[in-house]
Write a protein that binds this ligand. Structure first.
Ligand SMILES: [Zn+2]
Length: 366
């Protein structure tokens, strides 16, 4: 393992690598920006290792796990080219990174892969998470395969289709009386009290390490000019930024793509914070990114700024139209939240003629 230390993104304090590490003890988790830890590696040593196996563990030298614990095989998803959409929008080449091909149909499986490896290495019997659906379903599926007990905390408006997946996987499902933010607090309270292993992205510093493998895979195939992703807590696009920086460090690419983060107009706290605007709180059907108290803003903004990127808000009407277009003109069934990437691309003038990747993070239509 080449992981060296864990560094707090907020205060810079460093801690020894520990599979049970959580948020920075000095900064805690209660403030607006919690003390999220970031894993550092010895890149010189990692570079001397060739990537051999498949899936997420192909990048084992850049992961914090001691061993390969493959449960359900995640990763190795295709870059689907979308020439019809590209010519319609004047984009040079347009690719969809189709994360719907993961075991539970979602990019979250990459994070779960690493989270479960660390849960196993720390001797956990129980795992938990709060989720609008996708992360919980991912965790429940992996736990079902390896026989770990799984507790999931979901918002009151979770869809029937998502509940059905969770129950089929045999998870202990807790439905909050409130929204995602309430479910998150309830999960943290009970999970921490009972000593369960947390798969709450942002707080668990190892999950973004799994998500970043999506960027490493893209970098092995192409050198994009723009990468566009939906943003809730900020973990996924923050992880993608880290993955591209590591890909540059390893010589897979020469320059970083510009990162564009997308939120729905109804719930856009990170767009407002990035742009210095203030918007009234509303609603959105984009459940996977309807996060009103995002926890990984420091990581997200650091990566967006390093890449000269930006944040964009799009309306639910435009997302709905984009979702239809992805199916009708690219043959890819994207969940509502993932279609926000195409809706955003339609407004990014500087992407004309360039190579663009949209992250299709999930494919659950509900
Ligand atoms: Zn700190």
């Amino acid at each position: 393992m080449f992981a060296t230390v864990l560094e707090c993104l907020r205060c810079g304090a460093q801690y020894a690598m520990d599979p049970r590490a959580y948020v920075c003890p000095r900064c805690g988790a209660d403030d607006g920006d919690p003390g999220i830890l970031d894993v550092h590696y010895d890149y010189g040593a990692a570079r001397s290792r060739t990537f051999s196996s498949r899936g997420v563990f192909r990048y084992a030298p850049l992961l914090p796990a001691r061993e390969v614990h493959e449960i359900l095989p995640a990763g190795d998803t295709p870059l689907v080219e979308a020439p019809r959409l590209a010519s319609e929008l004047g984009i040079g080449r347009l690719f969809l990174k189709d994360e719907t091909r993961n075991p539970t149909r979602c990019l979250k499986d990459r994070a779960t892969t690493v989270g479960m490896a660390l849960a196993i290495e720390s001797g956990a019997q129980d795992v938990y998470c709060a989720s609008a659906g996708n992360a919980a379903i991912s965790l429940a599926g992996f736990a079902a395969n390896c026989g770990m007990r799984c507790h999931v905390f979901v918002p009151n408006r979770v869809s029937a289709a998502r509940l059905d997946w969770l129950r089929r996987f045999g998870a202990d499902v807790r439905i909050s009386a409130g929204n995602y933010d309430s479910a998150f607090e309830e999960a943290e309270r009970e999970g921490r009290a009972k000593g369960w292993y947390s798969r709450n992205c942002a707080f668990n510093p190892f999950l973004v390490e799994g998500k970043k493998t999506c960027a490493l895979e893209i970098a092995e195939e192409i050198e994009p000019d723009f990468v566009i992703a939906p943003v809730g807590d900020g973990c996924t696009l923050g992880a993608i930024g880290k993955g591209f920086r590591e890909a540059r460090e390893l010589g897979l690419i020469e320059r970083l793509p510009r990162l564009v983060g997308v939120q729905a107009e109804g719930v856009r706290p990170l767009v407002d914070r990035f742009c210095g605007t203030r918007s009234a709180e509303g609603e959105t059907a984009a459940a996977s990114i309807a996060v009103r108290r995002p926890r990984n803003a420091i990581r997200l903004f650091r990566e967006i700024e390093a890449s000269d990127g930006r944040m964009i808000a799009v309306s639910d009407d435009r997302i709905a139209a984009a979702q239809r277009k992805l199916a009708e003109e690219a043959g890819v069934i994207a969940e509502f939240t993932s279609a926000a990437t195409l809706a955003a691309l339609e407004t990014v003038e500087e992407a004309r003629g360039k190579a663009v990747v949209l992250l299709i993070t999930g494919g659950r239509v509900d």
